[in-house]
Design a protein around this ligand. Sequence first.
Ligand code: MLT
Length: 391
Amino acid sequence: MNINDNFSKLQESYLFASIAKKVKEHSQTHPDKNIIRLGIGDVTLPLAPAVVNAMQNAVLEMGDMATFRGYGEEQGHSFLRDAVCGYYAKKSVAIESGEVFISDGAKSDIGNILDIFSTDNVVLIPDPVYPVYMDTNTMAGREILFMHGNEGNGFLPLPDKNTKADIIYLCSPNNPTGAVYDKEKLKLWVDYARESDAIILFDSAYEAFVRDESLPTSIYQIEGAKECTIEFCSLSKTAGFTGTRCGYTVVPHGLLRGGASLNELWLRRQTTKFNGVPYIVQRGAEAVFSDEGLAQARAGIDYYMENARIIADALTGLGIWFAGGENSPYIWLKCPDGMSSWGFFDYLLERAGVVGTPGAGFGAGGEGFFRLTAFGSRENVIAATQRMKEL
Ligand code: MLT
């Protein structure tokens, strides 16, 4: 028996698990300290009333023999897939129900989708970025190339004709930097992928936070993207589903490689390894896409974006360089006085009782930077900025 030796190439623990452990240890040695958590992007507002009502009704249906449901379609109930198609139609993107796959969140699908790709593929990953892309490919033993985001390119790396990759990850709005690709820059990626027969895995988990209407909120708003892209999205941040769990992945029918339909491969994978998201959760997710649900979700996003503005104003007042916060719930700041990411993490935790995420956790290119999330309560965000000013 041999274990998968690729696991020995991973960091000892997942970024947010390491932070949680450090914070727990700190709390144990400082039991009276009120720690404010602006680290992991976990929401604080409750589920919207439209979602709660829909889920309560679904619970009642499940408790009645006449309306009870057992297994659903592995791909997701058609009522929810149709609702997702309706949401895309509002973005002027035509998606068919058979192209939508409901899951328990973008993170799972982003990791699981790798089942349909050969481990021989070369992967291109932005740095810094959400650590799941690198960790999941490291587990599978794929060769990973990095493209570097920095202040010079606005943390939006562009294709380089000299780099040959088969699978390209893009995250826009970017986690952690908050940078968003405009249509022209995304078109460069779509053209590059089509010319080289590569596949783009596009993570749009933060699309609902885009305020600038000229910016794309789906890569399918770019001509040709359906021939080269799988898009992942999530209700975690859009509608407070971090604990409820529901996301969706779009695999266009026209996406063909090596004579195979990627949609059919993914369906084959899901029907074998996945039995779908709970019916009650899917009814709640359907309600997010109703007019009432969208308005309520929007109000929650407005609340978080006001938090982002409060953090941004505080940093401006302190003369600290930062990006993000305008079209994303993350503020990406430069650690003051040349501190390292983890050095600033410790300093802020010990001296101010505020938890953020060290930029180095998102890749080598994140060293010297730090991420604060706008998902805290208003009270905590104000208190955290006050503590930072005092410090
Ligand atoms: C983050 O803080 O980057 C996110 O909450 C992680 C996630 O969505 O899995």
